[in-house]
Design a protein. Structure first.
Length: 266
């Protein structure tokens, strides 16, 4: 049987990479979404290749597909790196441990500082305001793509780099998680646990059900709460830097300090 000849995907040329600085925000948002779609496809293909390899079955075409998705991932990342390099907030975001060109581009593409007089506006747009209610039949009150980018992609990136000497927000996550765990053990989330247990169909044999029944939140929820808190601190810092760069003046104090009288600014 003759060997299968499969053409590789063309790489991003130097001219195309240079042209990336002219991307519109709509184009950048599309490329960020495309990057994560290709990443998911590549991860699935890699898993299939491993499984077929272990069973000694042919997998040439699937291995090729995984390589193509990996190539496209890298080419998109290169284009977004060029785009974010051309803008102050892109460079600033990439200077933070745990943030690369894709997350930086997603932030730039979604957040319009001229429409965000306070950090709270970014939190709400990213779906990180716990007071938001999305009722049946109503328009979604936040941007789903930005929520995924911030609450999960960015948050998990901070979690992963917590041991890095240059990290800031991963360490804030660790500190907050200790506080959340202590509050959980003290029963401070009992009311919330009872509401969740009453409103959701949770399997009675699951660890989550056991935790809620005991008036506590399960570990996954504690992790999510601490991760969300670290992300909100970062977004408040992002807002402050973007506000200074756009308006040429200091941003207003965060709501907890300006209105609620909290004393500490991180």
């Amino acid at each position: 049987m003759s060997a299968i000849a499969i053409e590789p995907i063309a790489r991003l040329t130097r001219d195309l990479a240079s042209a990336s600085v002219t991307l519109s925000k709509d184009e950048a948002r599309y490329l960020v979404d495309a990057y994560y779609t290709m990443q998911d496809n590549r991860i699935r293909s890699d898993a299939q290749v491993r499984a077929l390899g272990e069973s000694e079955e042919p997998h040439t075409v699937i291995a090729w597909l995984a390589d193509q998705d990996r190539t496209l991932e890298n080419q998109i990342k290169r284009a977004l790196d060029k785009w974010t390099d051309s803008q102050h907030m892109g460079r600033w975001a990439k200077s933070i441990c745990g943030i690369g060109p894709v997350i930086s581009a997603g932030l730039l593409a979604h957040i319009d500082i001229s429409k965000c007089p306070t950090a709270g506006h970014i939190w709400r747009f990213a779906g990180l305001d716990p007071t938001l209610e999305w009722k049946k039949g109503q328009k979604r009150p936040f941007n789903a793509s930005l929520k995924t980018l911030c609450a999960f992609k960015l948050g998990e990136s901070f979690v992963k780099v917590q041991a890095n000497a240059n990290d800031v927000y991963g360490k804030l996550y660790v500190q907050r998680k200790q506080i959340e765990q202590a509050n959980n053990e003290a029963g401070k989330f009992a009311e919330q646990a009872a509401k969740i247990l009453a409103s959701r169909n949770i399997g009675k044999t699951t660890d989550a059900y056991k935790a809620y029944s005991a008036g506590k939140l399960p570990p996954a929820q504690i992790h999510a709460r601490a991760r969300r808190w670290a992300v909100k601190i970062f977004l408040s810092h992002y807002h402050a830097e973007a506000y200074r760069e756009h308006f040429g003046t200091e941003p207003p104090l965060p709501y907890p300090i300006a209105v609620l009288g909290h004393a500490h600014l991180i």
